[in-house]
Design a protein around this ligand. Structure first.
Ligand SMILES: *Cc1c(COP(=O)(O)O)cnc(C)c1O
Length: 354
């Protein structure tokens, strides 16, 4: 066993990297050699370990399985032109992880310890960061209640884990979205702003129903009146209306996406007008019908940007102009990708080089 100042490290004896076609990767089913794990008990975090990736032991009475205290994050690392590796805005994910944890009554992870865990894990598994165009290393930190106890109250024990997946290009085509006016993703005062596992479980049924109606995703509306646009699946929503970039304002019912923040910042940097405000379903419908709605897309770490080709409103679908003719989404996508992959200057300090 090797020991850094902060963690214990148990290296795998046999790397699995030779079994993997790193130039031809699926999304989310190939896992790197190592994982990071750290336990919280007696009111504090123990020393973390980096160990070979593999199954965990868990009691059937572990509180997470019953009362749902579980949160996660998703971020990426990119191979740089000089062969090095850069994480993209990891501090933002670390901060958001602690925001999610606070809402779910879970303990804070020290930001520096979190960052060191990421760096040590990635250094050990640096070969797993793909080089191919469009590929990256997807990083999944998560935390759950591990105390063995029956009865609803905050757990006294937690497990914090990070594993990573080399991933290929996510592109799955453009999407048709359904404006949801019956089901709700997040209510005021609820957990919509947290990356809490239960939010995703609760969204499955409405999403499957939308798929059965021919859509790929839901465009969620507010829980109170179903009159204002919120976000889509695991992506924030961005619209181009009359040449301006418009995105629903953040609040406690919308996940504060790092990709959204980056795209809006980049758009302002490029001289585009940007509005973060309430967007009425009726406003969006009128804009789609008149042609004022020029482009619409979802933004999130996994897919980066996904074009919305049609929006399903009550009363019928409205098709957007053909995606091939769009200019703003491709410009922003390239701008963001060039920064992430080290092909452009990084005026905002978004790259954290290992
Ligand atoms: C993760 C997520 C997003 C996108 O956030 P990024 O930080 O850009 O990856 C948007 N909406 C929801 C509901 C999410 O879970």
């Amino acid at each position: 066993m090797m020991t850094t100042t902060l963690f214990d490290i148990q290296r795998t004896k046999t790397s699995r990297i030779t079994e993997v076609d790193i130039e031809n990767l699926p999304f989310g089913s190939v896992f790197s050699d190592h994982q990071f794990m750290m336990e919280f008990e007696n009111g504090k975090w123990n020393t973390g370990v980096i160990e070979p990736y593999g199954d965990m032991r868990l009691s059937p009475a572990a509180m997470v399985l019953h009362y749902g205290q579980a949160i996660f994050e998703g971020m990426k690392a990119f191979r740089q032109p000089d062969g090095g590796i850069a994480l993209f805005r990891p501090q933002d994910n670390i901060r958001r992880f602690n925001v999610s944890g606070e809402r779910m009554c879970m303990p804070k992870v020290d930001e520096e310890t979190f960052m060191e865990a990421l760096k040590e894990l990635l250094k050990l598994d640096s070969q797993w960061v793909p080089n191919a165009e469009g590929s990256s290393l997807y990083i999944r930190p998560f935390m759950f209640a591990s105390e063995v106890h029956v009865g609803v109250r905050p757990s006294a024990q937690y497990r914090f884990v990070i594993f990573t997946c080399p991933v290929g290009p996510y592109y799955k085509g453009n999407v048709r979205v359904k404006v949801e006016t019956e089901y709700t993703r997040a209510a005021p005062g609820g957990t919509g702003f947290a990356k809490a596992a239960g939010n995703y479980g609760a969204a499955l049924r409405p999403t499957e129903l939308a798929k059965a109606q021919g859509y790929d995703q839901i465009l969620w509306t507010d829980a109170v009146e179903h009159k204002y646009i919120e976000e889509s699946g695991t992506m924030n929503a961005v619209f181009v209306m009359d040449g301006k970039l418009v995105s629903p304002a953040l609040g406690d019912t919308v996940l504060n996406g790092v990709t959204r923040a980056s795209i809006l910042k980049l758009a302002r940097h490029f001289g585009l007008e940007v509005e973060e405000r309430r967007i009425g379903v009726s406003e969006l419908k009128a804009a789609a019908e008149s042609g004022a709605l020029q482009e619409a897309f979802g933004v999130g770490t996994a897919a980066t940007m996904t074009a919305i080709e049609a929006i399903g409103f009550v009363g019928g679908d409205v098709e957007l102009p053909p995606v091939e003719g769009w200019t703003i989404m491709p410009k922003l996508a390239k701008g963001l990708d060039d920064i992430r992959r080290g092909r452009a200057e990084d005026p905002f300090g978004w790259r954290i080089v290992l």
